[in-house]
Ligand binder design. Structure first.
Ligand SMILES: *[C@@H]1O[C@H](CO)[C@@H](O)[C@H](O)[C@H]1NC(C)=O
Ligand SMILES: *[C@@H]1O[C@H](CO)[C@@H](O)[C@H](O)[C@H]1NC(C)=O
Length: 183
């Protein structure tokens, strides 16, 4: 009887481990898809940002739309990361860190280019566009920070510093861009 109880206990433990493992594997696939989509949406934003001011008011409004899509894509990534049990394995974690290292410059490029374009946003025939871009930059910064924080929480400890380094690099760039549109 004692042995049977023990056997059942071990069996349930294995089932629990298997369920966690399956959930983690499914989560990793979703996270990698999310990162690919964030990169794609950020590239679309970059193209639109690079096309301004030649693209005029329509271009400015498209930038606002694309920025909203980037925020949505980042938020989806954060939700999916939070639904994935950590810690990720070294090999999976390393791959994801590399993907994020490739993705982040796409997001930063938009922020730094937008700052240079501020006078052109201010010169548009309708007022209030710089305020829209300010709100976009604040939302992207917050969503990107939440995404990176969530990722850190499921990485093995030795891989966390790589993402912390990205956050340290991002913060002054976003702070400067947000400050530029706040004045
Ligand atoms: C990518 O993200 C955008 C913005 O959230 C969303 O509309 C689109 O459905 C996503 N595409 C994929 C393939 O997940
Ligand atoms: C940008 O986001 C970070 C958190 O990721 C936050 O510490 C910082 O205050 C934000 N910057 C601004 C200007 O809101």
């Amino acid at each position: 009887m004692v042995q049977l109880t023990r056997l059942l206990f071990v069996a349930s433990l294995l089932a629990t481990n298997l369920a966690t493992l399956t959930k983690r594997q499914g989560g990793v696939i979703t996270i990698e898809n999310d990162i690919a989509n964030i990169s794609m949406v950020a590239s679309i934003l970059d193209t639109q940002v690079n096309g301004f001011p030649a693209s005029g008011l329509a271009g400015a409004l498209a930038i606002n739309t694309d920025a909203g899509n980037l925020v949505s894509a980042l938020n989806k990534g954060t939700t999916d990361i939070k639904a994935t049990p950590g810690p990720l394995s070294e090999s999976v974690g390393t791959t994801i860190v590399q993907e994020v290292e490739a993705m982040e410059p796409l997001i930063l490029t938009a922020a730094t280019t937008l700052v240079k374009e501020k006078p052109s946003f201010a010169a548009l025939p309708i007022a209030g566009i710089p305020a829209l871009i300010l709100a976009d930059l604040q939302a992207i910064n917050a969503s990107n920070g939440a995404f990176l924080d969530a990722l850190i929480a499921i990485l093995p400890p030795d891989l966390q510093p790589a993402i912390i380094a990205i956050e340290r690099n991002n913060t002054p760039i976003f702070n400067a861009a947000i400050a530029a549109f706040s004045s």
